[in-house]
Design a protein around this ligand. Structure first.
Ligand code: ADP
Ligand code: MG
Length: 237
C-alpha cells in the first residue's frame, strides 16, 4: 500500500475511489499479475514502448480489475493504449458474440487514428476492429459483419443505432475518448443515445479526457457506477 502511494507520487498520479488497484511498476506486471497473453505483451516491445506512461500505470489495472475508469491526463500522454490494452486483454479473439467494445471519438481523424492503433495491436489475431465510416453507417450489413470493436464518431454511431438498428446490447466496454471535446462539439444527445444502446447491465464504461470541465464531471457522475478517478498532472493542463 505504501509502495503504491510512493509510485503514484513519483509519477504524479492522483486517485479517488475505494479499493484502487496497485499501479503498474512496469509492463512486466501485465504478465505476472494479470496473465497478459504473450502475443499482446510482445506488441509493446515491437512498438518500442519500454515503460508505461503515468496514466497507463494506473488506468490499465483499474480497467483490468473490472472497474470503471474516469481518467484525465494531458494530450500526448498515452491515453489510447491506456484503454485499448486492457480491453484487448479481456476480450477473447475469435468470438462470435458481435460488437463487444465501442470507442467513441470526437472527430473522424481521431477515430481513424485510434482504429489504426488498435489494428496494430491485434495484427495477426482473429480480432475484427472496424472504423465506422459514412458508407458503413449507411450501407453496412451489421447483422452479418464480423466486428469485435467499433470505433466511431457520435453522429455516425447514433445514425447506425437509430436508422440501421445496430445492436450494441452485448457491448462489454464503452469508452468515451476525449470527452471534453465530445462536449465542446455538442454531442450530448448522441452520447446519450449510445449509452442507452449499450444496454448490457455489466458494461464497463470509461471516460478519458485531457481536461476536466464541469460537463465532463457531470457526465461521469451520471453514467458511471463506482468509477475510479485517475488524474495525472494538473486538472486543466
Ligand atoms: P493521448 O491520447 O494521451 O493524447 P496518445 O495515446 O495519442 O496520447 O499517445 C501519444 C503517443 O505516445 C503515441 O505516438 C503513442 O504511440 C505513444 N505512446 C503511448 N504509450 C507509450 C509508452 N508507454 N511509451 C512510449 N510511447 C508511448
Ligand atoms: Mg487521445
Amino acid at each position: 500500500i505504501e509502495r503504491d502511494a510512493l509510485l503514484r507520487k513519483k509519477h504524479g498520479i492522483h486517485i479517488s475511489g475505494h479499493n484502487v488497484p496497485s499501479p503498474l511498476q512496469n509492463f512486466d506486471d501485465l504478465s505476472s499479475r494479470y496473465g497478459c497473453t504473450s502475443y499482446l505483451f510482445a506488441k509493446l516491445a515491437e512498438l518500442g514502448f519500454k515503460e508505461p506512461t503515468p496514466i497507463q500505470r494506473q488506468a490499465i489495472p483499474v480497467i483490468l480489475s473490472g472497474r470503471e475508469c474516469f481518467a484525465c491526463a494531458p494530450t500526448g500522454s498515452g491515453k489510447t493504449l491506456a484503454f485499448l490494452f486492457p480491453i484487448l486483454m479481456k476480450l477473447q479473439p475469435g468470438s462470435k458474440e458481435g460488437i463487444r467494445a465501442v470507442i467513441l471519438c470526437p472527430t473522424r481523424e481521431l477515430a481513424a487514428q485510434t482504429t489504426r492503433e488498435c489494428k496494430k495491436l491485434v495484427k495477426g489475431k482473429k480480432f475484427y476492429v472496424k472504423l465506422m465510416t459514412r458508407d458503413l453507417a449507411k450501407n453496412g450489413s451489421f447483422q452479418t459483419m464480423h466486428c469485435d470493436i467499433i470505433v466511431s464518431t457520435p453522429f455516425r454511431l447514433e445514425f447506425a443505432i437509430r436508422k440501421r438498428k445496430l445492436d450494441l446490447s452485448r457491448v462489454e466496454y464503452l469508452v468515451l475518448d476525449e470527452s471534453d471535446k465530445l462536449f465542446e462539439l455538442g454531442y450530448v444527445k448522441q452520447i446519450d443515445c449510445v449509452v442507452k444502446a449499450c444496454s448490457n447491465p455489466s458494461i464497463i464504461r470509461s471516460l478519458f479526457s485531457a481536461t476536466l470541465p464541469d460537463s465532463v464531471e457531470e457526465l461521469a457522475r451520471t453514467i458511471m457506477h463506482d468509477a475510479v478517478r485517475v488524474i495525472v498532472g494538473r486538472k486543466n493542463s
